[in-house]
Design a protein around this ligand. Structure first.
Ligand code: ES4
Ligand code: ZN
Length: 319
């Protein structure tokens, strides 16, 4: 039973964590038809492109500071109830611009949700601002400049998500330089939709502390050794890998092999209701299907806290 284990999550997209029931209540609030992306309580999509479309449709139902406070609090309360003591949320100011909310009010709403959840449950949370790769280098640089200058105390990192198959990593180097120069910690999506070379390029060009996914590094033994040697932390999301067809079934994600090779790995839910998962379910699968012991799962939680984008005092409190 993994329900009683302490947990920490480094990789979850806020708008990817909307429970279907909340999507329905938001749709009623704004009088929006959800049939195209939500049927019988399940999000409808069939590949990464249609997943992103469904995700954007859900995000478009959050239009005010209060909406974002409610979403954040809802997710963090549920996560805390599953044993989580720490959560890093990926937030995309791009979504706020799309609905005319504006990035500052978006971030303020999320910040309020974080504070409310912390007051009630004790869960600690930080925001990692995400640039959307498929919107191009200039838009990702805009997100980096926003993250660098917004002054929100919960923002401690910068990331790039979206369609991995668009453009070259080098096109986005300037965005990451802006974020790094502002003191933000760096993680980046690589090695889920694309292979080992995408992980190598990300390491060479962006010098991240962590990689989102990174699991396809397993295709290259030398790269696995490099990840282990350099202490790069992988934000592994097995349920996401299965949902997106990267691996055939839950015995296939190479979490065991990466762990055995000495790579630092953590467990994450990515976009939980879209991928039929939750952080609790990821721990449970790692235990029951992959055979990780409670001690090994506790070690993964500790790895996540050690790699969290927090100040050292907060880290010490969490450990
Ligand atoms: C993603 Cl842009 C975006 N949103 C949610 N989940 C993702 N995974 C990769 N890119
Ligand atoms: Zn992700």
């Amino acid at each position: 039973m993994t329900a009683n284990l302490k947990k920490a999550e480094l990789h979850c997209h806020l708008e990817g964590a909307v429970p279907p029931a909340l999507t329905l209540s938001q749709a009623r609030k704004y009088n929006v038809d959800t049939d195209a992306f939500l049927r019988d309580g399940t999000y409808v999509w069939h590949d990464f492109t249609s997943f992103l479309a469904a995700y954007d449709a859900v995000a478009a139902l959050f239009r005010s500071e209060d909406d974002y406070a409610l979403l954040t609090e809802t997710y963090l309360d549920e996560l805390a109830a599953a044993g989580a003591i720490y959560s890093e949320l990926f937030v995309s100011p791009d979504h706020a611009e799309t609905v005319g909310l504006g990035a500052d009010r978006y971030m303020a709403g999320i910040g309020r949700g974080i504070e409310a959840a912390r007051a009630r449950t004790g869960i600690e949370c930080r925001m990692v601002v995400v640039g959307l790769r498929h919107r191009g280098p200039e838009r990702v640089e805009w997100a980096a400049r926003y993250a660098a200058s917004c002054g929100n105390p919960f923002v401690t990192g910068f990331n790039m998500a979206g369609e991995e198959r668009v453009g070259a990593v080098a096109d986005y180097a300037r965005a990451f330089a802006i974020a790094r120069d502002a003191g933000l910690s760096i993680t980046v999506h690589a090695g889920e939709l694309c292979g080992a070379s995408s992980v190598r390029d990300a390491l060479d060009i962006l010098r991240p502390a962590r990689i989102g996914h990174g699991v396809r590094a397993i295709e290259d033994a030398e790269l696995v050794a490099r990840l282990a040697g350099d202490g790069i932390v992988l934000e592994v999301c097995p349920g996401s890998n299965i949902a997106l067809g990267v691996f055939a079934d839950l015995t296939a994600p190479p979490l065991r092999r990466l762990h055995a090779a000495g790579v630092k790995v953590t467990l994450n839910s990515d976009d939980p209701p879209f991928f039929g998962t939750s952080l609790q379910r990821e721990y449970e699968t790692a235990s029951r299907v992959m055979g990780f012991t409670d001690a090994e799962l506790n070690e993964m939680t500790r790895t996540a806290i050690e790699a969290a984008f927090v100040d050292e005092r907060t880290r010490a409190d969490l450990l």
